[in-house]
Design a binder for this molecule. Structure first.
Ligand code: 5GP
Length: 209
């Protein structure tokens, strides 16, 4: 079996920062514990409350370069001055074993993953409006005008790639957005190709020559 024909599905979730993507994915995982979250490697410092191995594998730039040179990353990108990479071996093992995996990566990573896994399902999360995103980013109250302007420009750039994703969720109310995401996962699992892969014995039990 090659990577193009794996029983597990990859769900790629992309959103500009401040949209609540991580909270959304956490809510989905609580509801669907059989989904597995890919934990990326990053060179950025852990934020308060983050744990090594849970949100990210936190490594230094030299270790990142080594893993990169060894071909350990399915994709990697520089985002806001830090490096982020998706573990190739872990992902291949999970999907080969039939597990559905969630990737929280940026649009460039999404593009690279789709080249290797064309069956990956892309989900883009939008804020209720651009004005609301600005309000949320300002609401933190700790950032300078310059930082806010940079984040908004980055968000606009990221949002311009929404058309590359099969599904779009507008995160207005969190419970509704989690419902939307669960609906995408559920519908994907009910597609003929997924059902056929998961229940191949059943399908062959009534197959005719
Ligand atoms: P944060 O540092 O806020 O957790 O993430 C910053 C950005 O990096 C987010 O857009 C997130 O989706 C993206 N990101 C996290 N992990 C990866 C990864 O492994 N690959 C890529 N391409 N982007 C990632």
């Amino acid at each position: 079996m090659n990577e193009r024909d794996t029983p597990g599905t990859l769900f790629i979730v992309t959103a500009p920062s401040g949209v609540g993507k991580t909270t959304l994915v956490r809510g989905l995982l609580e509801r669907s514990p059989d989904l597995r979250l890919s934990v990326s490697h990053t060179t950025r410092a852990p934020r308060e409350g983050e744990e090594n191995g849970r949100e990210y594998h936190f490594i230094d730039a030299a270790a990142f370069q080594r893993l990169c040179a060894a071909g350990e990353f399915l994709e990697w990108a520089e985002v806001h001055g830090n490096y982020y990479g998706t573990s190739r071996a872990w992902l291949e093992e999970q999907t080969r074993d039939g597990h559905d995996v969630i990737l929280e990566i940026d649009w460039r990573g999404a593009r690279q993953v789709r080249l290797v896994f064309p069956g990956a399902v892309g989900i883009f999360v939008l804020p209720p409006s651009f004005g609301e995103l600005e309000r949320r980013l300002r609401g933190r109250g700790t950032d300078s005008e310059e930082t806010i302007a940079r984040r908004l420009a980055a968000a606009r750039g990221e949002m311009s790639h929404v058309g590359e994703f099969a599904y779009v969720i507008i995160n207005d109310r969190l419970p509704a957005a989690i419902d939307d995401m669960a609906a995408i996962v559920r519908a994907t699992r009910l597609r003929y190709a997924s059902q056929h892969k998961r229940h191949s014995r059943y399908f062959s039990s009534f197959a005719q020559d």
